[in-house]
Design a protein around this ligand. Sequence first.
Ligand code: 3PG
Ligand code: CO
Length: 563
Amino acid sequence: PEYRLYQHPVCERNVPFVLIILSGWGEGREDEFNAIHKSDCVAIKTLRNIHPYRWRTLKAHGEWVGLPKNTDMGNGEVGNNAMGCGKIVAQRATLVDKAIADGSMSKGQGWLYAKEAWVYGGTLHLLGLLSDGGVHSRYDQLRYIFKTAADQQCKKIRFHVLLDGRDVNEGTSIHFVEQLEKDLDELRKWGCDARIASGGGRMFVTMDHWNTDWRIVRRGWYAHVLGDSPNKYESAVEAITDLKKKDPHCNDQYLPPFVIIKKSDGKPWGTIEEGDVVINFNFRADRMIQISQAFVDENFDKFDRIYWPNVRYVALMQYDLKAKIPIHYLVKPPQFHKLAGKYLSANGVRTFAITESQKMGHITFNWNGNNSGKTHEVNDTWHEVQSENVRYEYEPEMRAATIGNVANDALLSGKYDFVRVMFANGDFVGHTNDFEATKRACVAVDEGIKLICSAVELCGGIYMIVGDHGNCEDMVQRDVEGNPQLDGCGNPFRKPCHSLHEVPCGIGGPGLHPNARFRDNLRNAGLANVTATYMNLLGFEAPHCYEPSLLTFDYNPWAFTGV
Ligand code: 3PG
Ligand code: CO
């Protein structure tokens, strides 16, 4: 009864429904930096032109997805959390800010557990993404952690830094390292022996996600824990500069692992040893679950750890609530109640979720409020298409064709009421800074949409298309006025990160009620309004606690009667 849903007064049940999520696909200016605009997305253009009241845009950033500021771009974790739970919930970054502001972080159990280790002489290791992207981590939060630790008797800190260039511009990793080095100089003056010990590019070292490529985590383990890497340098700035010089294709994201060694004896500054404490300063879950498992799992078998030191392992936030990964953390993560997935499966809706490895957890784990596992044994089916472990500027089509085909089959099979599909391309290729590749990525998505919509036509179903946040629609750095930034030769400085843009949202298909259209009095709607909307389209009234549905079925003299 807790999860009981009521029949919608207009929408019928058992009409096949597909939700197509376009990752990293926003609504930007139609200029030469917009990869969607510049590519031939025939299918999506056609769909948008069928009916003016069945397309709109939605907010996908800042307060609309629970982020601290409206200058915070949206991202896959918060966007899919919102669509899966129908509400705006204060997100991880926001909660950490709060715990810093009110002092609760450094009074909590996780902090005391960590502190005990350094008070007894253990080294504090800080591991995480070094940038102020605000998607996985933020420099100001890291700074609070190390300053507070130093204030509270911590005498030795080692940093294991993952370089970004994905949530911030390419080439900025040097700047963040220099900023850190300056802060560490200061710490050393105050008697805290603080040093960078190891690092690497986030896409090549440590930060894998959704079990896509464990070799990434292994590289990190070797560098951070064992101090073992073919790339040894006396400083992180030297490491970045030299590794980039050696390989022109190497950027911040893909920098190989490196270890910082002492000039005096060539030994690493900071391997991770028994009795030490590791604080993982990323708040976002996906890309830190695997390395956390390597630190805490007794029966870990993903690679040979060689040496598994008995350390205290603490995350800034717990990453997986259900699996309790890890057990110790500094700030309690957001809780998502009354998940749509629970409601739907409890009411007999048979769901089929499909995407490729790189996004699998976005439409399952994040969708379900950052809980691992299915919402129902029978009614919740997942299909993962194995991603190719390559740099996606070289294969921008990714697995879109397979995803389109499998989703098409799922719709026609009659076995599912709700097919949820995500295309990774706009986001993943948008993150590469390669505009030509991103245009190909957009076309691949468009072809996937075409395949799925042909199945919708055949089975008399309904589709809903929505972006989870912007990315590929704006691939240039802009000044405060929004003007593109160009170099001396007129070439754009590319922007790899997400945008603040709204995302498109459209509905259609032969199964849709002829009066169905978007309300005109929800101008400021965001991704959390998507949930009640798809619940309606599946034939249910949405729970009262959800943000309102975008739909209206009022009599409409211009009702859509075409194909
Ligand atoms: C990543 O982890 O790839 C990026 O930092 C964020 O991308 P996502 O929010 O689209 O997953
Ligand atoms: Co992204």
